[in-house]
Write a protein that binds this ligand. Structure first.
Ligand SMILES: Cc1ncc(COP(=O)(O)O)c(C=O)c1O
Length: 433
């Protein structure tokens, strides 16, 4: 029996099925955009550990920072004895985040925890209870994260009751417009709808925050039109509601800009960041208006491991790679290469209903009928499976599981990219038959 089979048996015996696996591989080494499993199989990585490896697996600068910090101290707890990297990282993020106002940043361990803290801060600062989230949105698996999340299976079914005072609005999903309208003649009515939402669903005066992903990640890389966030932000401002932009998946150069929301020219009141910004270490950030972030009383925010020194050093190294070593430029360039390849694929592969996203954060929504837009859920599943068999790890997403998304490390070489895209294209053609 192969070692992989042995480990799979152990996995099934000792680990519950809840923590899911997309591939049956066990990894021995990973560098850049390549993973090598314990059988010596090479896998081109278009998943990036679900959007975590923008700077690539084991980036030398990140590894060096982790090793150096581990040699000095691993944990003191920021609340017990502070360290430079926490404060430095906060200062850098405050300077980087959009908005001509003072900002403050706190750290947590995961995307979901950043979301929890963003909601806590918004509630405390506004003195209001309600939060408005969106259809197709995903914000994590903790109680508030899962409550804010839209998709029922697998994220919510059986895990209720959910947190109170969460309301859900339709999103700017133009390909399947919830209002049955067409962009641009719709005049982005889905954003204006927020004011109507206050009449029949929850009062503006009771609403602490509106939380949205600039590009919905798990929800299918749904990408609103340019007018959407400026309109939403203006309504939030009018009613004193905090606009929380969840950049957990879209941030850290994923879209050709450091924060995806920069594409819309909007300065959120609060931003959540995680995944790629610490190069694979468990770290998340809540960056927000100083006057909001500083409202909660001393001891009201924090956590034992939050802003761990090794994670903070890794994140500082990631910032250096993204901002000083030209990775942001490479991200934009990758976006152009991918857009062209996908546009050409969509010409010949009937299965591709829409290509959407920003920079290299692109999704292909697969449909069995372009007119009716019937979700090609089974085909998407097969594409993921067949790509894996051919040496490419790629992920699906979307409420129907019919969107193939690209989250490859931005350090991917042109050859690896070309090989991966050829596998994907060939597999999409096969799945169309
Ligand atoms: C937009 C968004 N928010 C929150 C989360 C939750 O992050 P984590 O899995 O680190 O808790 C995710 C994870 O995919 C995400 O994509």
């Amino acid at each position: 029996m192969s070692r992989t089979k042995e480990l799979l048996q152990m996995r099934n015996q000792h680990v519950p099925q809840g923590p899911f696996n997309i591939t049956p591989s066990f990894i021995k080494e990973a560098r850049g955009a390549l993973m090598i499993d314990i059988e010596g199989r090479e896998l081109i990585d278009f998943a990036g550990g679900i959007g975590v490896n923008n700077v690539g697996h084991c980036h030398p600068k990140v590894v060096a920072a982790i090793k150096d910090q581990a040699d000095h101290f691993i944990h003191t707890c920021f609340h017990v004895a502070m360290y430079e990297s926490y404060v430095e990282l906060a200062a850098r993020l405050n300077a980087l985040a959009p908005g001509d106002f003072d900002k403050m940043t706190m750290f947590a361990n995961s995307g979901a925890e950043a979301v929890e803290n963003a909601v806590k801060v918004a509630r405390y600062a506004t003195g209001r209870p309600a939060v408005i989230a969106f259809e197709n949105g995903f914000h994590g698996r903790t109680l508030m994260g899962m409550t804010l999340t839209s998709k029922i299976k697998p994220y919510k079914l059986g895990f209720g009751p959910f947190a109170p005072e969460v309301y859900r609005m339709p999103y700017a999903y133009c390909y399947r417009c919830p209002f049955g309208l067409k962009y641009p003649s719709c005049d982005v009515a889905c954003a204006d709808y927020l004011e109507e939402f206050f009449i029949g669903n929850v009062a503006a005066e009771a609403t602490a925050a509106v939380i949205a992903e600039p590009i919905q990640g798990e929800g299918g890389f749904v990408t609103p039109p340019p007018e959407y966030f400026p309109k939403l932000a203006a309504i939030c401002k009018k009613y004193g509601i905090a606009l929380i932009i969840d950049e957990v998946q879209s941030g850290a150069a994923r879209t050709g800009k450091f924060f995806a929301i920069e594409h819309w020219g909007v300065a959120p009141d609060i931003i959540t960041l995680a995944k790629s910004f610490a190069g694979g270490m468990p770290l998340s950030a809540v960056i927000g208006r100083a006057d909001m972030m500083n409202k909660p009383h001393v001891g009201g925010l924090g956590g034992t491991y939050s802003g761990n020194p090794i994670c903070c050093r890794a994140a500082l190294a990631v910032l250096e790679v993204i901002l000083e070593d030209g990775l942001l430029r490479r991200s934009a360039e990758l976006g152009e290469i991918l857009s062209k390849r996908f546009a050409a694929m969509a010409e010949k592969v009937e299965l591709i209903g829409e290509v959407r996203g920003k920079g290299p954060m692109l999704g292909l929504e697969l449909v069995t009928d372009r007119e009716k837009k019937t979700p090609a859920t089974d085909q998407a599943k097969k594409v993921v499976q067949r790509c894996f068999e051919k040496g490419l790890v790629v992920l699906a997403c979307g409420n129907f599981g019919n969107v193939i998304r690209t989250l490859m490390p931005l350090v991917i070489t042109d050859e690896q990219l070309d090989k991966g895209l050829s596998i994907l294209e060939e597999t999409l053609v096969e799945a169309s038959r």
